[in-house]
Write a protein that binds this ligand. Sequence first.
Ligand code: ZN
Ligand code: ZN
Length: 278
Amino acid sequence: MIIPYDMHAHTYYSPCGRRLTAAGEPAATPALYRDEALRLGIGAIYLTDHFVEDPTNPAAPQFYKGSGPAIIADLRRELATLGEADGLRFLVGCETETFSIEHVGVSPATAAQLDIVLVPTSHYHLTGVPQPEGDAPADVARHMLTMLASVVAKPWLDVLAHPLAEREALIGDLRAIYEAMDRRWLSDILGQAACAQMAVEINAASLNDEGIPHYREVLADLLPLAQSLGCKFTLGSDAHSVDMLAWPLQIEGWVRGLGLDESDFLTPDTLLARRHRV
Ligand SMILES: [Zn+2]
Ligand SMILES: [Zn+2]
């Protein structure tokens, strides 16, 4: 594995993590993840359930109405019950949400209580998430850059989650959107992320998503650009069920083919340092 850390995985404390195994059992439990991680040789998993600190905030999309502090507390309690496993660390963070260019779902004070905060900027399928003005590639491109620019200015966020990812049936051909992006603005944003030591995520689920058929092609340009501007990366399965924990292994060859290696990735130690915990 290019880096033995999975920095994006959902448990059944996420609304979309409630799938079942073939046997009809919950498929995204910490216990199942522990067993599979030990089998695959994954040394750390960051559990990053969908979370906003105040689900009663009118700006919080409906999807998040049940995803408040209780899910983090419950997950931590469940992990404590599970106990330590040799060779595997569970860390608890979240995937939050962008409410507007000003606001995200996690404040600096809450972020300080978590091990990682991933910020998505293109969950356009969720009602209540900021949307492009129109359907034209230029409209979507401008909106994607506007949202990315808004989050790289918030240094308490650690990772740009699955950048530019959304189903193409909803947003249109991602190649046309990427083509329509102002390159200088995109480079500025990535440069700011690098300065803030905010990582760019390589998201195995998005790269494997048949609904985003051009994601690999677009990221094959974006990732080397980000690397050239000094960005670091994280690798995440974005698992919503235990079978997906293996997906990052399947994209390793593709990642290396872009010229990225171990030194380009954030580790738990560098993340701690970024968060001023060491
Ligand atoms: Zn997401
Ligand atoms: Zn996710």
